[in-house]
Design a protein around this ligand. Structure first.
Ligand code: SAM
Ligand code: SF4
Length: 326
């Protein structure tokens, strides 16, 4: 078998690398305080960003190396012009069995049906508060009603299972844990609490902002643990008795999941990152398609065993999350 046709790609530590996150823009229609500066980011030259053709070539090359899950992210992927056409192009790539998107949901009502038709399977929607004023405060610009309508639209067209990403911030939204968990009683939704990471904007935040996901279990002792589903499942899953949905805990600080990590990331300007928290990047921009497999392989083989992130130790990456893709 030729190496670029292998169906499973193990890294140096035996992890099966089968998941690629591609960030299609660093721009966003929100300015979440933990992710982006208030003034946004300077718009880069179009020629410095990956074109749709380059993105497609990268995903094709990765698929031949064993990547079968792709997540489109950003910045906010729905602000990239032509996003539906990009999904159309990625959805037909042989070997990709799961194509998803992480979005803030603001534009989802407008795009949900088109995205589904283009071949997107499902969405993760970020929502850190159910309260209008608090949502505006954390996003600086957003209206929570738009997100709620976006969630509904995603459910209606079948971009399911819908997962809600809730970044827990001590003193800001930990009082809403019960409200978020309650959503899973009646809705077939997965609420995923994510520990805030000290990275970019949050690198100097006070320790009290970084709370452990154990807080969720402390406040919701009735949650029932669910069995772990295979490698690469970074969320510990729970459900309420009689709940229709599920609760996931993603704990990069208190319970790092590096030994399960099956991910690669590509930034909007075409840098391959084998670890979110490493400063090591491999350029894939302006590279001939036939060179992509060996560069992606190099990324896989250079994936570090683990990160050393903690409340006290900020990420080694020089980028904000909007420039990497979460
Ligand atoms: N704009 C889209 C959204 O908000 O869903 C996609 C990109 S955003 C960078 C992806 C995810 O990263 C979001 O769920 C966001 O809350 C999360 N994120 C951003 N900065 C983070 C940080 N410092 N710690 C933990 N999660 C973070
Ligand atoms: Fe935008 Fe997502 Fe970052 Fe919020 S978390 S500023 S929505 S990229």
């Amino acid at each position: 078998m030729l190496f670029w046709q292998v169906k499973k790609m193990l890294d140096g530590y035996g992890r099966n690398i089968n998941y690629l996150r591609v960030s299609v823009t660093d721009l966003c229609n929100l300015r979440c305080v933990y992710c982006m500066p208030a003034g946004g980011v300077a718009k880069k030259e179009h020629r410095d960003m990956l074109s749709f053709e380059e993105l497609e070539n990268i995903v094709r090359a990765a698929a031949k190396l064993g990547i079968d899950k792709v997540r489109v992210t950003g910045g906010e992927p729905l602000v990239r012009r032509g996003i539906v056409q990009l999904i159309d192009r990625l959805a037909v790539i042989p070997g990709i069995r799961d194509l998803s998107m992480t979005t803030n949901g603001i534009l989802l009502k407008k795009y949900a049906a088109e995205l589904k038709k283009a071949g997107l399977n499902r969405v993760n929607i970020s929502l850190d508060s159910l309260d209008e004023a608090k949502y505006r405060k954390i996003t600086r610009l957003g209206n929570v009603q738009d997100v709620l309508e976006g969630i509904k639209a995603a459910q209606e067209v079948g971009l399911t299972p819908v997962k809600l990403n809730v970044v827990l911030i001590g003193g800001f939204n930990d009082d809403e844990i019960e409200d978020f968990v309650s959503l899973t009683l009646k809705e077939e939704i997965q609420v995923r609490f994510i520990e805030l990471m000290p990275l970019g904007e949050t690198a100097g935040w006070e320790p009290g902002s970084f709370i452990s996901n154990d807080e969720v279990l402390r406040r919701e002792p009735g949650l029932i643990p669910l069995p772990i589903k295979g490698q690469g499942t970074v969320a510990r899953m729970y459900k309420l008795p009689h709940g229709k949905g599920q609760v996931g805990l993603i704990s990069p600080l208190s319970n790092h999941f590096c030994h399960y990590c099956n991910r690669l990331r590509v930034t909007p300007d075409g840098k391959l990152k084998a670890c979110l928290h490493s400063s090591r990047e491999i350029n894939l921009k302006n590279v001939a398609p036939e060179e992509l497999p060996s560069l992606i392989m190099e990324g896989i083989m250079s994936k570090p065993y683990r990160h050393h992130l903690s409340r006290e130790q900020a990420s080694l990456t020089q980028r904000n999350m909007n420039e990497i893709g979460g």
